[in-house]
Each structure stands twice: as structure tokens, then as C-alpha cells.
Design a protein around this ligand. Structure first.
Ligand code: GLN
Length: 247
């Protein structure tokens, strides 16, 4: 009895109790699940995988949270954050001024950029400059949509997912897609292999950040955890797993 009591007291006062309490904390992570290789369903499962998913899981663990993934449309993510339905957004979200008015971002964790994709047999479009007056498919609420709308005379068709925009190109409903280069490039190794190619250079660099409610202290916690993962080599391991060696 004496020994048992001592053991209970010891665990009660020690780190064990803290750990148990912490592991009960849940971090609700909003994402848009059709954005490979950042977030997409595991083969034959409803669970998501991808660079963002594994990164936020590692960050959550580092911060003592249990991560719960909540899927929704890309344009619903910031409203969900602000209404308190989710705690963070990990969705390949580019940090830009407009969004910074509504939310707070972590430090950048990945550098992306936009690119133009066309049909393989299109020899006319060599860069975004050749898209004036043309039909451009993109994803609703994204920086790709913003960019598409800067092209003079273009007919912009915005879809719920990047994959639907790409399908519109395949089906002949659009002359080009403008979207995030790593996602477009990944698509070209999969469903786009036989019909699509990219043209021109990546447009200006776009850093991705994890968004939190404006002013939330979670941003600082995420930055601290991200720095830890970089120091321990875990970030590099994830990066190489999903994108190969850093260029
Ligand atoms: N990076 C782009 C943006 O932030 C697209 C993100 C996405 O579709 N998941 O607008």
C-alpha cells in the first residue's frame, strides 16, 4: 500500500501528469484536401497525407497537442479560423498582404510560386504574356485566381479545387491553368502526365505560412516548434521525403 501510494504521488507530481494533460489538448487543423503533394487522401483511405499534414502533425506533437484534421473548401478556411471552428490552417496557404489583414501567419515553412500549365500540343502559349484574351482555369480564392484576373481580357474560370481546374484544361474548356508550381508539377507526374506541360518560369516566390486567428499566441508556439524541427533535422527529413533533395 505504502509503495503504491508513493508511486501515485510520484507520478502525480512529476512530468507524467503534465504529459497526460497535454496530450488531451486538441489542435483543430483546417485544410483543403485536394492539393497534392501538400494534402491529399492516402490511397484507399479517407485519411490525409502530404507535406503539410506530416509537418503539422510533427509541429502539433512538439507543442503537446493531438492534431485533428478538418477538411473544407479553400475559401472557407479563413472564415472558419475567424469564427473559431478551427485553430490553425495548414493548406499551402501563401502569405500575402490581403490575408495578413485577416489572420496571423507563422514564419514561412515552404517557398512556392505560380506557374502556367497548358496542353502538351499547345505551341502558342509560351508564358503568361500569351494568355491575354484567353480562357484561364484556376482555383477559387487562391493566389492563382488573383494572378489570372490580372491578365487582360482573359476569361477566368474559378473552380473549387486545383484538380477541377486542370480537368477543365484537359476537356478543352480552358487554354491554360494558373496554379502553384509544386502542385502543378506533381499533377504532371500523375493525372496530367499524358496531356499537360508547364510553360515559362515560376512567377514570383510565394512563401507558405500556417495561419492562426489574428493575434493568437499559437503563432509564436508554432514558430518555436518549427525552429525545433529544423534544428533536429526532422523538417529536412520531411522535405526530402516529399520533394527530394533541397535545390
Ligand atoms: N498557395 C495558393 C494560395 O494560397 C493556393 C493554395 C491552395 O489551393 N491550397 O492561394
Amino acid at each position: 500500500m505504502g509503495i503504491l501510494l508513493t508511486a501515485l504521488l510520484l507520478t502525480g507530481c512529476g512530468g507524467e501528469e503534465k504529459k497526460a494533460a497535454d496530450s488531451a489538448k486538441v489542435l483543430r487543423v483546417g485544410t483543403e484536401p485536394v492539393f497534392a503533394p501538400f494534402e491529399f487522401p492516402k490511397e484507399g483511405s479517407k485519411d490525409l497525407t502530404g507535406f503539410d499534414i506530416e509537418l503539422i502533425e510533427a509541429l502539433g506533437k512538439q507543442m503537446g497537442y493531438k492534431v485533428e484534421i478538418v477538411s473544407m473548401g479553400f475559401d472557407a478556411l479563413i472564415p472558419a479560423l475567424n469564427s473559431g471552428n478551427i485553430d490553425v490552417v495548414a493548406a499551402g496557404m501563401s502569405i500575402n498582404e490581403e490575408r495578413q489583414k485577416a489572420v496571423t501567419f507563422s514564419e514561412p515553412y515552404y517557398t512556392s510560386g505560380l506557374i502556367v500549365m497548358v496542353n502538351k500540343d499547345n505551341n502558342e502559349v509560351k508564358s503568361i504574356k500569351d494568355l491575354e484574351g484567353k480562357r484561364i482555369a484556376c482555383q477559387i480564392g487562391t493566389t492563382g485566381e488573383n494572378k489570372s484576373r490580372t491578365v487582360e481580357g482573359a476569361k477566368v474560370k474559378a473552380f473549387n479545387t486545383q484538380d477541377e481546374a486542370s480537368l477543365e484544361l484537359k476537356n478543352g474548356g480552358a487554354d491554360a491553368v494558373i496554379g502553384d508550381a509544386p502542385v502543378v508539377e506533381y499533377y504532371m507526374t500523375k493525372a496530367g502526365k499524358d496531356f499537360a506541360k508547364t510553360v515559362g518560369e515560376r512567377m514570383e516566390a510565394e512563401p507558405y505560412g500556417i495561419a492562426v486567428k489574428k493575434g493568437s499566441k499559437l503563432a509564436g508556439d508554432l514558430n518555436k516548434a518549427l525552429a525545433e524541427l529544423k534544428k533536429s533535422g526532422e523538417y529536412d527529413k520531411l522535405y526530402t521525403k516529399w520533394f527530394g533533395e533541397k535545390k
